[in-house]
Design a protein around this ligand. Structure first.
Ligand code: ZN
Length: 154
């Protein structure tokens, strides 16, 4: 049985205690605000895009441990990626958090390490309310890339 305690693994607690890339860049190419009304999580994601790549990614906001850890991990992973890879990783992460992985397609080879890194968060599948917490920052990052300045996970 998957236990709620298993969700709060050390890597998540560590990212929550000391979030990476927390703050606001001096200038950003795009940004978006995200809100998860089910839990009250709020996040703003700032992206600096240069030559089709995410040159910098930062976030601000407050929320539960899962939403903060997920935002922290998201900024770590998308930084340095092409916009296309950041979108592909978003799609893969969302699938991991919402669908049964049995029989699922293998993630793109180039993203395999990142997918493995994110696996610690995919335990939210067992807790539907927590899925919104885990995917909020990713939805918000994706919204920023697509020029939407606001997103709400419902
Ligand atoms: Zn939350």
């Amino acid at each position: 049985m998957f236990d709620l305690r298993d969700l709060y693994q050390e890597v998540i607690l560590d990212h929550n205690r000391s979030p990476r890339n927390f703050g606001r860049p001096e200038e950003s190419s795009c940004q978006a605000r995200g809100y998860n009304p089910l839990c009250g999580d709020r996040v703003t994601v700032y992206l600096v895009i240069e030559d089709g790549k995410v040159a910098d990614a930062k976030f601000e906001g407050r929320g539960c441990a899962i939403s903060t850890a997920s935002a922290s991990m998201m900024t770590e992973l998308v930084k340095g990626k092409t916009v296309a890879d950041a979108e592909a990783l978003f799609a893969e992460f969302r699938r991991m958090c919402t669908e049964d992985e049995d029989g699922a397609e293998e993630p793109p080879e180039a993203l395999a390490d990142d997918v493995e890194y994110l696996r610690v968060l995919s335990g939210v599948r067992a807790f539907p309310l927590r899925v919104k917490c885990a995917t909020l920052a990713w939805h918000t990052m994706n919204a920023a890339l697509h020029g939407d300045d606001e997103t709400t996970t419902e």
